[in-house]
Design a binder for this molecule. Structure first.
Ligand code: UT7
Length: 317
């Protein structure tokens, strides 16, 4: 039997401070009604001075290791997806490796913006299948509050901060684990969603929201079709859709396309807003811990982000 990458640990971290739409409406020309109806967002968590991409990643990783009852020393790979590292280098992942007290293994960051977690999961799975790693931490951690222009109402209301992690373990038994991943990018659309710098200017996020929305609907549809076809499945076979949380309207569109009722979709965008690479592991952790996602469930992940990048992953928990 071939090696599979099983998800055995889940963890997440959200900053203590919550900022509501009403609070934003006191500072910029917007309203709770506009933000809710256009995006589904009611509030977001915003990092304080003591909360960084590294500190949040470490908290989420510790929670994932505790969940799996695995010590950090047993981990041989740490892959962090982030578009908002605290430093240009070293990688966020090596800071996490040190903070966890790991004495071996390898660690690196990966940039695929809001698709980062799906790209990192796929990368970690490849290391596990090839035998290069037996236990891998895959983390998404983001502090978009430090790269949005707080005067730009078209972007600043959309994002939040947080981190999520999963532990992958090599397994030759049973049928659970990552069943397939499908990744895509098209740099021709790089200017639709980008951040300046960090070596040239102060990083600031720019987004052509309407165009990204259009691409998201089309590209996410095709990448979930790809996942279903590769596994000989139909939408109704999926127990849970855990999508990237950018906009409730996109999430509802994907549920409809898959013929899934919304109560089989994990939605956190209302409380977390868009936490980019952290949104899927945050949602996964919530739904595993509250008992919605159960062992044996087929779970479909999908995301689209700056690049443009997009991808899907099909898992059996
Ligand atoms: O996670 C990475 C991928 N990102 C995404 O998938 C995001 C995709 N895009 C979206 O989610 C949506 O396009 C947005 C939420 C960003 C925008 O929603 P929209 O329905 O596409 O709105 P719009 O950009 O077409 O703007 C409609 C109107 C505009 O006014 P006019 O030109 O019609 O007079 C905007 O100026 O809404 C205005 N507007 C706002 N009004 C109040 C834009 N932002 C705000 C705001 N408050 N915060």
């Amino acid at each position: 039997m071939s090696l599979r990458a099983r998800l055995t640990g889940f963890g997440s971290y959200l900053p203590k401070r919550v900022v509501t739409n009403a609070e934003l409406a006191e500072r910029i020309e917007t309203s709770d009604e506009w933000i809710r109806t256009r995006t589904g967002i009611a509030q977001r968590h915003i990092a304080g001075d003591d909360e960084t991409a590294v500190s949040m990643a470490v908290e989420s990783a510790r929670a994932a290791l505790d969940y799996a009852k695995i010590s950090a020393d047993a981990v041989d790979a740490v892959i962090v997806a982030t578009a908002t590292p605290d430093q240009g280098f070293p990688a966020t992942a090596v800071r996490v490796q040190a903070a966890l007290g790991m004495s071996g293994g390898f660690a690196f960051d990966l940039t695929a913006a809001c698709s980062g977690f799906v790209f990192a999961l796929s990368t970690a799975e490849a290391f596990i299948r090839s035998g290069q790693a037996k236990k891998a931490l895959v983390i998404g951690t983001e502090v978009y509050s430090r790269i949005v222009d707080w005067e730009d109402r078209t972007t600043c209301v959309l994002f939040g901060d947080g981190a999520g992690a999963v532990l992958l373990e090599a397994s030759e038994e049973g049928d659970s684990g990552i069943l397939s991943t499908h990744l895509h990018s098209d740099g021709a659309f790089g200017d639709l969603l980008f951040v300046d710098g960090p070596s040239t200017e102060k990083p600031v996020l720019h987004m052509q929201g309407r165009d990204v929305f259009r691409h998201a609907v089309a590209k996410l549809s095709s990448v979930v079709d790809e996942a279903l076809a590769a596994n000989g499945l139909a939408g109704e076979d999926i127990a849970w859709l855990v999508p990237h949380q950018a906009n409730l309207r996109i999430i509802e569109g994907m549920a409809k396309k898959l013929d899934l009722p919304l109560d089989r979709v994990v939605v956190t965008v209302d409380r977390h807003a868009n936490t980019s690479a952290a949104s899927i592991p945050l949602a996964l952790d919530e739904a595993v811990r509250d008992g919605r996602i159960k062992p044996g469930d087929l779970v479909l992940l999908e995301a689209l982000g700056g690049g443009l990048t997009w991808g899907s992953a099909l898992l059996r928990l």
